[in-house]
Design a binder for this molecule. Structure first.
Ligand code: F0G
Length: 419
């Protein structure tokens, strides 16, 4: 089955065997996985019928023919990820033709990273890798540790920027049994170290620089389109950090289009914070080459990244999908988080970046009045509880819901409740 897929360099088009452990081309550029999809799916109508009858199965298996046909089923490591809700919040946001929120925070480790790890850790299992590693702003590490923790004979090593991830995110890899190492640097520094480590030693890299992970993440867009009965919205809006997820979203939809499963392409909008916006800077100047930044502290700590590894892939998808990049401020993102949380949809600040970006693009009429929009929410609010507590404690915030502390006295309670 492995002959259905190859690694191909995104710049010089050289192919490499998919069974090699390799993350870059000899020229130094990134690789992507190319499958012989028309051999696997000769008839798109039959494929659509087959995914309907596979509805009871996990999404990775249901969509596997378009995700990663080369992975033998017996090597699959799954935590029952996917089948996340797609909320229609249009009644609350009448400025849009329609607004849907795809909540990837409703995955087993509470972020979209599980979608990539089912592919990445299963492939590591197939290759017989006993040690896997990643650098992370907190969600990749949680997912990798959880999947590696249930794989036979596999140990996870996670490198985290010390003091820059939430307590909940830190708890996850520890609880899953991974070797958890805080490094006194930022994410970009951890990323440099994990690349060197995995080059020197027999340790398998599971950041999204490993293009196998991207194949799993394609499921987010594909499942969304399936939920929309294959009716393609005008826009997908997504937060951007290391730029793997926007690359996966684009690749998956390109492949569906090429197979004739969908008949139009959406536009893509990638959203960053004002203090960590290398892709935005490039976009503004007509996609100039990446100038790495020293990313500034943001409540959206998972996307505090100044040197995105998948920059080139993201630019390619943005061009293909007539995309745009926007930035949002800390106030805009936290106000948006509060609004969405109030709808019973608990989101993280990184997801809120995308929602705030959609609002900003609608205000500027880039997203138009009649447009149907899907925003990808990337993690659950419970992973970042400190940001909500801080926001609501400060009465100067637009949607603050301050808590009060009183003595254990009924009169005092009645007085606070104005009874
Ligand atoms: N949202 C969340 C919650 C994330 O954790 C990340 C990335 C992103 C958005 C951005 O996705 O990097 O593919 O552009 N988190 C990585 C990590 C960097 O280590 O968990 P991207």
């Amino acid at each position: 089955m492995a002959e259905l897929s190859v690694f191909r360099c995104i710049s010089c088009d050289i192919n490499y065997n998919i069974n090699e452990i390799r993350y870059r081309c000899d020229c130094g550029d990134l690789l992507e996985v190319i499958h012989d999809l028309s051999a696997v799916i000769p008839n798109p109508v039959e494929w659509k019928t087959s995914v309907e009858s596979d509805y009871g199965d996990i999404p990775f298996r249901r969509y596997q023919k378009v995700l990663f046909p080369s992975l033998p089923h017996e090597h699959l490591i799954t935590l029952q990820e996917g089948d996340t809700p797609l909320y229609d919040v249009s009644p609350h946001f009448s400025q849009f033709g329609a607004l849907h929120l795809k909540h990837e925070g409703m995955n087993p480790t509470l972020s979209f990273k599980d979608r990539g790890m089912v592919a990445g850790v299963s492939w590591a299992n197939y290759l017989g890798c006993e040690i896997v590693a990643c650098a992370s702003t907190g969600d990749t590490s949680a997912a990798m540790a959880a999947f590696a923790g249930v794989a036979p004979n596999m140990r996870g090593i996670v490198l985290l920027p010390k003091g820059k991830i939430s307590p909940e995110q830190l708890a996850q890899p520890i609880a899953s049994g991974a070797l958890t190492i805080g490094i006194e640097t930022d994410f970009d520094g951890c990323m440099r170290m994990v690349q060197e480590l995995t080059q020197k030693h027999k340790i398998y890299l599971l950041n999204s620089m490993n293009s196998v992970r991207i194949e799993g993440q394609k499921a987010i867009g594909i499942e969304t389109l399936h939920q929309l009965k294959w009716q393609v919205p005008n826009w997908f809006v997504i937060p951007v950090g290391n730029a793997g997820n926007i690359s996966a979203l684009g690749k998956g939809m390109r492949e569906l289009y090429d197979l004739g499963i969908i008949d139009k392409l959406p536009r893509l909008a990638g959203i960053q914070t004002e203090g960590a916006s290398p892709l935005y800077e490039s976009f503004k100047s007509g996609y100039s080459p990446l100038t790495p930044q020293q990313a500034k502290t943001t409540k959206a700590s998972a996307i505090q990244i100044g040197n995105p590894v998948s920059f080139k892939k993201a630019v390619r998808e943005l061009k293909h999908f007539d995309g745009v990049i926007e930035t949002v401020s800390e106030t805009q993102l936290m106000d948006c988080k509060a609004r969405i949380d109030r709808l019973g949809i608990s989101i993280c600040p990184n997801s809120a970046v995308a929602v705030a970006g959609a609002m900003k693009l609608r205000d500027a009429d880039v997203i138009q009045e009649k447009d149907e929009v899907v925003v990808i929410l990337t993690a659950h609010g419970s992973k970042f509880s400190n940001t909500a507590v801080e926001y609501h404690q400060d009465s100067s915030n637009k949607f603050a819901n301050q808590t009060q502390t009183i003595a254990p006295d009924i009169k005092e309670l009645e007085s606070v409740l104005k009874l």
